[in-house]
Design a protein around this ligand. Structure first.
Ligand code: PFF
Length: 461
């Protein structure tokens, strides 16, 4: 089925370790650094963490390995991989739309991710210039509101971030992505550990331990479980082709499930460490952890304004957040670039610049949804809210569902077994049952949960 216009020049990571850095770079992002710790604190501390760990181990990890398996077995971009399986194994051709769904989701996520990452860049400079030193809650809030209501500044930082992303991607996987993750992922970890170390002196570790790890099953409801599951899903970058394309560059010699486990472990570790990095400061300065955007962009700067060495600490914090966002962004655009190179025979540079430019243009919609277009709403949502909702709550779980169904029910069992490379037969069987039955059921539950809530909310309005 390969037509003459398709150019299969599929690359490979230099080593398994580099893959682990790249995949962890994709997984570790805003989801780990501010969403997870907060969710844990609010939902029963260590009982939430236990549930989260179970969700990662029993559902997200099997899905991650299924996604990597499709990529590595097919060695194509997410759309063409399904075409290839259609040709080689006779799987229905319509599955290529599962690839499209993933590619499109990544593309749309990047369009707004870049705008938010732009705020982070603005904060790196502001923190570095001492803008938060001796600031008050009011001045910090008005500074934030000033930033988001200014379309020109937002566009500037959004452009800056997109250039940063495209500049890496156009160099390809070796000279681009690999180089970045090889240096910046260890740096990210070092910064997190350094800031935690500092917290032992200035932060309130005792209260943090209590907040994050006190065991309270009373706070756990069915909804908590679904929240943990959704978070595990988002945190591991599942369901949107990112892990599929990264998996397609994974050397055949690397044990698939073992490698996926390392990535899942590293991602979870960073989520836990993030809590130890953020909360001790807030508690030491008598603040309560706010939810969402407020925590990072309003509450935390206030803590920086009051602590010794706050300028340095604050600058480093936003810098590490920028690294986390950057390495995630790389994985969001890679699927479509790989597709354009493969399918349209474009050069890497042309594919990266074009994809980045289109994502940038769509991102302007997000920029304006905070200011000029803030009153334009569809189903009570601004364009940004709508994009976020559509991608995180619908496209990602749906993409994940299709991935496990494909591996569980479409690919020939023998090919799956060989590719997954389990040493233990028992573990393989368990994994197979999860991929065929448990993971799809869990994802359907998340989907209904997310959609159900929204429908109820709409009806109440
Ligand atoms: N995993 C990232 C986080 O936890 O913040 C978010 C993300 C990045 C999702 C890249 C999907 C993706 F492809």
């Amino acid at each position: 089925m390969a037509s003459s216009t398709q150019h299969y020049t599929h690359g490979q990571w230099t080593s398994r370790l580099v893959f682990v850095f790249a995949a962890t770079g994709s997984a570790v992002g805003l989801g780990n650094i501010w969403k997870f710790p907060y969710m844990a604190g609010e939902n029963g501390g260590s009982s939430f963490i236990l549930i989260y760990l179970a969700c990662v181990a029993f559902i997200a990890l099997p899905i991650l390995s299924a996604e990597l398996l499709i990529g590595r077995h097919g060695k194509r971009s997410p759309v063409n991989v399904f075409r290839r399986f259609h040709r080689d194994y006779g799987t229905p051709a319509v599955w290529r739309f599962a690839g499209w769904l993933g590619v499109l989701a990544g593309f749309l996520i990047l369009s707004y991710y870049s705008v938010i990452a732009g705020w982070v860049i603005a904060y790196v400079f502001q923190a570095g210039a001492g803008a938060f030193a001796n600031a008050t809650a009011d001045s910090i809030a008005s500074n934030f509101n000033g930033l988001v209501s200014d379309p020109e500044r937002l566009t500037l930082w959004h452009t800056f971030f997109m250039i940063l992303t495209v500049a890496v991607l156009m160099r390809g996987i070796h000279k681009g992505i690999e180089r970045v993750v090889k240096y910046f992922m260890p740096l990210l970890l070092a910064l997190i550990l350094g800031l935690i170390f500092y917290n032992f002196f200035v932060g309130d570790m005792a209260r943090t331990m209590n907040f994050m790890f006190s065991f309270d099953f009373g706070k756990v409801t069915g909804e908590t479980v679904l929240m943990a599951l959704g978070q595990a899903f988002f945190s591991l970058s599942l369901g949107m082709g990112a892990m599929m394309i990264y998996g397609s560059y994974l050397p055949d010699s690397a044990p698939l499930f073992g490698t996926a486990s390392v990535v899942a472990f590293a991602d979870t570790l960073v989520a836990l460490l993030a809590g130890l990095m953020i909360f001790p400061l807030l508690f030491a300065f008598g603040m309560e952890p706010a939810q969402g955007v407020g925590l990072i962009f309003k509450t935390l700067p206030l803590a920086f304004s009051q602590m010794p060495g706050g300028v340095v600490f604050g600058t480093l914090f936003f810098f590490l957040l920028l690294i986390a966002a950057w390495t995630s962004a790389l994985s969001l655009l890679e699927p479509i670039i790989a597709w354009a190179v493969e399918h349209l025979a474009w050069s890497r540079v042309k594919a990266s610049v074009t994809a980045g430019a289109v994502a940038w243009l769509i991102g302007l919609g997000t920029v304006f949804s905070f200011n000029l277009w803030q009153d334009i709403k569809l189903w009570d949502k601004t364009l940004f809210d709508l994009l976020d909702y559509l991608t995180s709550n619908i496209m990602l779980p749906l993409g994940g569902l299709l991935v496990v169904l494909f591996v569980g029910w479409m690919l020939p069992g023998a090919a799956v077994r060989a590719e997954a490379g389990f040493r233990s037969e028992r573990l393989y069987r368990l994994w197979r049952v999860v991929v065929r039955w448990i993971a799809p059921a869990a994802v359907v539950l998340i989907l209904f949960h997310l959609l159900g809530w929204e429908i109820i909310r709409q009806m109440m309005n």
